[in-house]
Each structure stands twice: as C-alpha cells, then as structure tokens.
Design a protein around this ligand. Structure first.
Ligand code: CP
Ligand code: NVA
Length: 312
C-alpha cells in the first residue's frame, strides 16, 4: 500500500531497522555506481516554502538514481496557500505526478496536501518536525555501531523541529535521549509526553533538562542545530544569542560526553555560534556523513511511500 510520511511517529522500530538494512545495501551499490531504476517513469513534485540545500539536492538526486524525475517548485514559484490553496495544488499535482515532497511552515500544509491528494506526501520539514532528517541521523549512528539499545544521544540547544523528530524516533527506537535546552526553549510538552509513551514501550528513556552536565554526561553523541530556525524572526535570533551561548557545542562541552563521542548537526551550521569550527572540523564530527545519508535514507522513504521497497 502507498502511504504518506508526515510525522516522525509513523514507523515502528522494526520497520526503521529494516529500512536501515536496505539503505545500507543500496548505499553500497551506489558507491559501485550500480543504480536500480525501480522508479522508471515516476515523477515527484517538490514544493518548498523555505530554502534548502541538502533536502532539495538529496530528494532530487534520489529520484534520479531510482530512474525517476523530480520537479522543484520553490518558495516564489507557486506560493502555497497564497497564490493557490494546498487543496487545489494537490488536485493538480496528482494528475501529473506520483508523489509530493513538501517543505512547509505550518505542519497543517503537509496534512492538507495529503488529505486532498491521492498520491503520497512526504514531510521534508515543517515548523514542527523534520522526520527525514532524524531517520538519516539514526541511520548514521547505526552505521557507526550505535543502535537503539546502546545509544545515549544528547540534543543541545533549541527544542525545535529537529529536536522533536530526534526525540520521537529515538524514543521509538529505545534510546536514552536527552534534550538539553535553556529554560523556556524545551520541546513542546505534547511531544515530550508522546515520546515518554513510546519510551515506556521500547525501554528507552527521555530526559529534558537545562543542566548541561546532567544532560551530556555519559552520552555517545552530541547533536545541535541553529538557535533560530527559518520560521523565527531576526529579532528572535538576536534575543536568543546570549541565552543560548552557554549551550554552544565547543571542545570543552564535548569533553563532558564519553571519550570520542560524535558531534552531530543537521546543517546549515552557524559556525562559532551553536558549534565551533574546532568541533565541526574535528575527527569526532560526523556532520557530513549525516548529510550524505539524507540521500540514502530518503530513497528508502520514497520507495516505501510508493510501495516499491520490495522491488529492490
Ligand atoms: N538539514 C537540512 O534539512 O538542510 P537543508 O535545509 O539545506 O535542506
Ligand atoms: N531547525 C532548522 C532546521 C534546518 C534544516 C530550521 O527549521 O530552520
């Protein structure tokens, strides 16, 4: 059955682990220049309300490597919700395309597109969640021998869309997940409650704290993201700077984690704000592995949404 991928809680632990196995296999094949054109003749429409490097490139290249084609509809092109409603856009696209990849402000836009269209819709980031990012990140950790039962991951900084997706998927996988955020910038309580429910079932643990020492001690990886996201104003970004500065991922902070702990970032990074050059360019940094794996993991998500994963 074809399906949407709108929220981080969509996949079960077993399903995520099975997607990791296939992603690993296909990633190795791509490295040997072996492509499998299982989406020959398929077309994706990529609706982007916000800028992007990684998500745009990897969804486009992913379709190409699978034998299909992607059409990019950028922020100024179709003006989702302004020039035309999500409903009308979906009703057009379903006549020409096989899948919609959408990066939006309000989560409601991806839900409206999915509701209106007969073709699958993938959430390529909303103000609330970034599930494709978190899937690629857990795949990257898994490749490095850190799977759910032996992974303590600290996300430090703003309790934003990336934090929420890491927390929900981490809880489903059974990780020891810590959100280390200044007071008032924690992930929304509804997501923390939801993650705690998943952790109860998986044997995982979810901690939300503003205490850096408590949050970072004993972790295998430290993850950060921008202090002000694309949906925040310039003024909010200015206000946040001094509040978040103690939470900067620098060498001293990384030393609180386990020796050799990984440093992670979804990118784009604001170098020497949320993460220092010294950490980002260190041997412990896996930020570009994460970026690479966006491609491999999203190909799995595209195939699964189109009910084509078994064709591989
Ligand atoms: N990490 C990420 O989604 O990057 P882009 O905003 O460049 O797509
Ligand atoms: N939290 C960031 C992620 C960018 C990939 C944002 O929403 O701008």
């Amino acid at each position: 059955m074809t399906h949407d991928y709108l929220k981080s809680n969509f996949y079960t632990k077993d399903k995520i682990l099975s997607l990791f196995e296939v992603a690993k296999k296909v990633k190795n094949e791509v490295k040997q220049r072996q492509l499998r054109h299982v989406l020959d003749g398929y077309v994706s429409a990529m609706i982007f309300q916000k800028p992007s490097l990684r998500t745009r490139c990897t969804f486009d290249i992913g379709m190409y490597q699978l034998g299909g084609k992607a059409i990019y509809l950028g922020p100024s092109e179709i003006s989702l919700g302004v020039r035309e409603s999500a409903y009308d856009i979906a009703k057009n696209l379903e006549r020409w395309c096989d899948i919609i990849v959408a990066r939006v402000f309000a989560q409601k836009y991806v839900e409206d597109l999915a509701q209106a269209s007969s073709i699958p819709v993938i959430n390529a980031l909303s103000d609330d969640e970034h599930p494709c990012q978190a899937m690629a990140d857990y795949f990257t950790l898994w490749e490095n021998g850190l799977s759910s039962s032996n992974l303590a991951l600290a996300y430090i900084g703003d309790g934003n869309n990336v934090c929420v997706s890491l927390m929900l998927i981490g809880a489903i996988l059974g990780c020891d997940f810590r959100a280390v955020c200044p007071k008032g910038y924690e992930p929304d309580a509804k997501y923390v409650d939801e993650a705690n429910e998943y952790a109860k079932l998986s044997g995982g643990k979810v901690t939300v704290t503003s205490d850096i020492q408590e949050g970072i001690t004993g972790t295998d990886a430290i993850y950060t993201d921008t202090w002000a996201s694309m949906h925040h104003t310039e003024e909010e970004a200015r206000e946040r700077f001094s509040i978040f500065l103690p939470y900067q991922v620098n060498k001293k902070l990384l030393e609180i984690a386990k020796p050799g702990a990984f440093a992670m970032h979804c990118l784009p990074a604001h170098r020497n704000e949320e993460i220092t050059d010294e950490v980002m360019d260190s041997k412990q940094s896996i930020v570009f592995d994460e970026a690479e794996n966006r491609l491999h993991m999203q190909k799995m998500i595209l195939l699964d949404c189109l009910d084509k994963i078994d064709s591989l």
